[in-house]
Write a protein that binds this ligand. Structure first.
Ligand SMILES: *[C@@H]1O[C@H](CO)[C@@H](O)[C@H](O)[C@H]1NC(C)=O
Ligand SMILES: *[C@@H]1O[C@H](CO)[C@@H](O)[C@H](O)[C@H]1NC(C)=O
Ligand SMILES: *[C@@H]1O[C@H](CO)[C@@H](O)[C@H](O)[C@H]1NC(C)=O
Ligand SMILES: *[C@@H]1O[C@H](CO)[C@@H](O)[C@H](O)[C@H]1NC(C)=O
Ligand SMILES: *[C@@H]1O[C@H](CO)[C@@H](O)[C@H](O)[C@H]1NC(C)=O
Length: 392
């Protein structure tokens, strides 16, 4: 435990104090696909985002549909903040300070966020808060694999809501549960043609999971580090604004990069507000990598290398050359299941099995997304992890 895992440890101590936690692991799952049963909570609906519209109008249709769910999750976040700072001062600060911040965000993001606030009726500062706290509380599993025909497959579990209020009675995370109705698939179009597709939370304008059909697939995972997100975000608020928000970079790459190599260079070289892992898949043999980022630069790039027998790369929230935190090892079970599957049997179907195995599937898992670049396919599923199940 050389580096700082304070966040995970804090969450652990909090939850452990509310209940006893056995290691809820299980044998690699099989025959989970098509998704069904208690780990499948529901399908995800599609919306179009028209990039030819002015930024303030792009999200109107989606937010009109999802308004009640968005208001409900933001209320839950406010309740948590008020429980934490009972004077109500924290939310007061959010309502006063964060609206000013929206004009410091690069466009089109600032204008899109203003549009979302206008349509939803949620105060602007609270929509800004909703758009920045993902940068801090996300733990995930992502994998890019190459099958024996040279197809690149990309899967991810998005695990969100770490220490966002543990519901002792339900044994669930309050915010993770409230986010599930906000999960949507988005088709971003220009000139009536798809530019990229994404799985996202309604109300959030950055990207964590997406595909540029036939070209590349991309997911982002949080990297906990001493030089973490808080410092960069604080610097941003204080006026030092030369780094890029991670999920805005992901979106900008999906929107603008036109090849695996171009995407890789942008993800490796753009200065960021916080460390991150980018998991990128291309459209040709050997094109799959994990980019481990510090705020300034790429520290390491691990690529698929068939000659070395490395037919997949897999990332959770730890540097691949280090051991994961022993209390939060999703990497070993996920790799064990990938290894058992074998390259000749990997497909979106068997990848879903891997991503359905506890603790790769856990109480934070809100959705699973599967992408196949050669078919331009993105599909996603809302998940549940019935007891007994690891809180993370
Ligand atoms: C807890 O579970 C009960 C019954 O299953 C449900 O009605 C309630 O909405 C749940 N609460 C949360 C916060 O998920
Ligand atoms: C957009 O494309 C769809 C098919 O993808 C077509 O049905 C529709 O008419 C097009 N709309 C416009 C305005 O061109
Ligand atoms: C793969 O991506 C490149 C752009 O990097 C593109 O030119 C090529 O057509 C794509 N190949 C396939 C099979 O779609
Ligand atoms: C999976 O296979 C790789 C490559 O052979 C190996 O390095 C790794 O230790 C294996 N991991 C597990 C958990 O079986
Ligand atoms: C791989 O797939 C074949 C059929 O294509 C099946 O017979 C075999 O049991 C599978 N292997 C594993 C490890 O799942």
């Amino acid at each position: 435990m050389g580096h700082c895992n304070c966040l995970i440890l804090a969450a652990l101590i909090y939850v452990a104090s509310t209940q006893f936690i056995p290691p809820f692991t299980e044998d690699c799952r099989a025959e989970m696909y098509p998704p069904k049963g208690p780990t499948f909570k529901g399908a995800v609906s599609w919306y179009t985002v028209d990039l030819d519209l002015p930024p303030s109008k792009r999200w109107t249709a989606l937010i009109t549909d999802k308004k009640a769910d968005l208001v409900s999750v933001i209320q839950a976040i406010k309740d948590l903040a008020n429980a934490f700072v009972p004077s109500g001062r924290l939310i007061e600060l959010v309502d006063i300070t964060l609206p000013l911040m929206v004009d410091t965000l690069p466009n089109p993001y600032g204008d899109e966020i203003k549009g979302i606030a206008a349509v939803s009726g949620v105060p602007l500062g609270e929509v800004v808060l909703f758009n920045i706290f993902y940068e801090v509380f996300t733990v995930c599993t992502s994998v890019v694999a190459e099958d024996d025909k040279g197809n690149l497959l990309h899967g991810r579990n998005l695990d969100f809501g770490l220490f966002m209020g543990w519901d002792v009675k339900n044994k669930s995370w309050i915010i993770s549960e409230k986010l599930k109705p906000l999960v949507v698939n988005l088709d971003f179009k220009r000139n009536n043609q798809t530019v990229f597709k994404s799985t996202n939370f309604a109300g959030y304008v950055g990207m964590l999971t997406g595909i540029k059909p036939h070209i590349f697939t991309l997911t982002m995972n949080e990297r906990f580090s001493l030089d973490g997100g808080y410092i960069g975000i604080l610097e941003w608020i204080l006026g030092k604004r030369d780094g890029m928000w991670m999920s805005f970079l992901t979106r900008s790459v999906l929107e603008n990069a036109n090849s695996y190599e171009e995407a890789k260079a942008l993800l490796a070289q753009t200065k960021l507000l916080a460390p991150a892992y980018f998991i990128l898949g291309g459209n040709q043999t050997g094109q799959g990598c994990i980019i481990t980022r510090s705020r300034l630069l790429s520290i390491d790039i691990l690529e698929i290398d068939l000659k070395l027998g490395r037919w997949y790369v897999l990332e959770t929230n730890y540097d691949h050359w280090k051991e994961p935190l022993f209390l939060d090892d999703r990497r070993t079970p996920a790799m064990k299941c990938m290894n058992q599957t074998l390259q000749k049997n990997i497909s979106l179907k068997t990848m879903y099995d891997v991503l359905s195995t506890k603790p790769v599937l856990n109480k934070l898992t809100t959705y699973t997304t599967l992408m196949q670049v050669s078919e331009g396919k993105l599909e996603s599923y809302i998940r549940d992890c019935p007891n007994p199940c690891m809180p993370w």
